[in-house]
Design a protein around this ligand. Structure first.
Ligand code: ATP
Ligand code: MG
Length: 351
């Protein structure tokens, strides 16, 4: 039985970096089957919607989905629900991916390129697990209206249910078991009821499903500080949607280039994960063949690890990227001169 990887290149530099993912995957996992689909502006142009039902169905049936990027200036005036970005949201919703994984690590060859001191980031390897479908981004009621005193007001609702917290917490525990075994759960239980509930539920989930995992808790503001002061103290950070959003962007900046950062979004066990580089469609450099393909290639690495059960191939790919960087392979964002394709070549040559 062949495993299927659905490639959704999308817009801007998406197709350029996903082409390198495919080249690498064809060599590394020759038995993997590929499918292709449109998402974002590319789908909008062809089908008048940013994600068709047929493409969503392909995604649901795949073992993993690898997306390039969506959006660009061409579609800036399109109605909100038809924007390229709506295609990505529909995909996340359609696959019910509720755990967003964003690693922050720095390849040894790039440590000196960071603006942070060597001893702060050398050997840095942390994973942020962010809940992706709940919290203040989706809670009801929300709105802008006038209150009883006649004042205009804007408001949202931060809410988490027991199953929402339990399922993402279990993902964090599973991930920690394959790492250093430590999870730091982050909230503001000192000032928020939803935060207090989060801490209680994570603690209960730990008692039931946390064997072998060392759980600690931290307030989100303290965590933001600690991430900059001493990020190596963390193994896995578990957070709700809002704090996870902020902390994962903060952690991303520890490691330097946006061209190096992958992400994964996971749903229930046995359902396809969605893998994508953290960067966007980068319209300013699209079509020039100079984008760094590493973030997309490292997203493949995550797909091999978390959806396709091919840990050895994942390890080999991670090592090859590190080796290519050690040998000096650099795209422009890393201060070098290699094209997207040449960077792909350098990684292939490092196997
Ligand atoms: P989005 O709204 O889609 O997230 P954005 O404007 O926030 O887009 P990006 O599209 O990620 O961000 O681009 C931010 C900057 O980083 C741009 O100058 C872009 O050229 C650069 N950049 C992004 N990805 C890469 C890459 N893979 N290689 C080189 N440079 C990149
Ligand atoms: Mg952005």
């Amino acid at each position: 039985m062949h495993q299927t990887l659905l490639l959704l290149p999308g817009d801007g530099i998406g197709p350029e970096v996903v082409a390198e993912v495919r080249r690498v995957a064809e060599i590394l996992v020759p038995d993997l089957k590929f499918e292709n689909g449109l998402v974002g502006g590319a789908s909008l142009d062809q089908h008048s919607v940013p994600l068709t039902d047929a493409t969503l169905e392909l995604a649901r049936r795949a073992d993993a989905v690898l997306l390039g990027a969506v959006g660009g200036p061409k579609w800036i005036n399109v109605a909100r629900d038809k924007r390229p970005e709506a295609g990505l949201l529909a995909l996340r919703k359609g696959l019910d991916v509720f755990a967003n994984l964003r690693p922050a690590y720095c390849f040894p060859a790039l440590v000196d390129a960071s603006s942070l001191k060597r001893d702060i980031i050398e050997g840095l390897d942390l994973m942020i697990v962010r809940e992706l479908t709940g919290d203040v981004y989706f809670g009801e009621p929300r709105g802008i209206d006038t209150d009883a005193n006649g004042y205009r007001r804007g408001y949202d609702t931060a809410v988490y249910t027991h199953p929402e917290i339990e399922r993402v917490t279990r993902v964090a525990f599973d991930i920690a078991r394959g790492r250093k075994g430590r999870v730091c759960s982050v909230e503001k239980s000192n000032v928020m009821e939803s935060g207090l509930f989060w801490r209680q539920e994570v603690t209960l989930t730990h008692a039931e499903f946390g064997a072998g995992v060392d759980l600690s808790h931290m307030y989100a503001d303290a965590c933001a500080m600690e991430l900059v002061r001493a990020p190596k103290q963390f193994d896995v950070i578990l957070a709700g949607n809002l704090f996870g959003d902020i902390l994962s962007d903060e952690a991303a900046m520890l490691t330097g280039s946006i061209g190096m950062l992958p992400s994964a979004s996971l749903g229930a066990p046995g359902t396809p994960g969605l893998y994508e580089p953290v960067h966007g469609s980068a319209p300013d450099i699209a079509g020039q063949g100079i984008a760094n393909p590493c973030a997309a290639i490292l997203s493949l690495e995550m797909a091999l690890r978390w959806s396709l059960d091919r840990e050895k191939a994942a390890d080999a790919l991670y090592a090859a990227v590190g080796k290519a960087l050690d040998k000096g392979a650099r795209t422009r964002d890393l201060g070098g001169t290699l094209s997207t394709r040449e960077m792909g070549d350098a990684i292939l040559a490092a196997f």
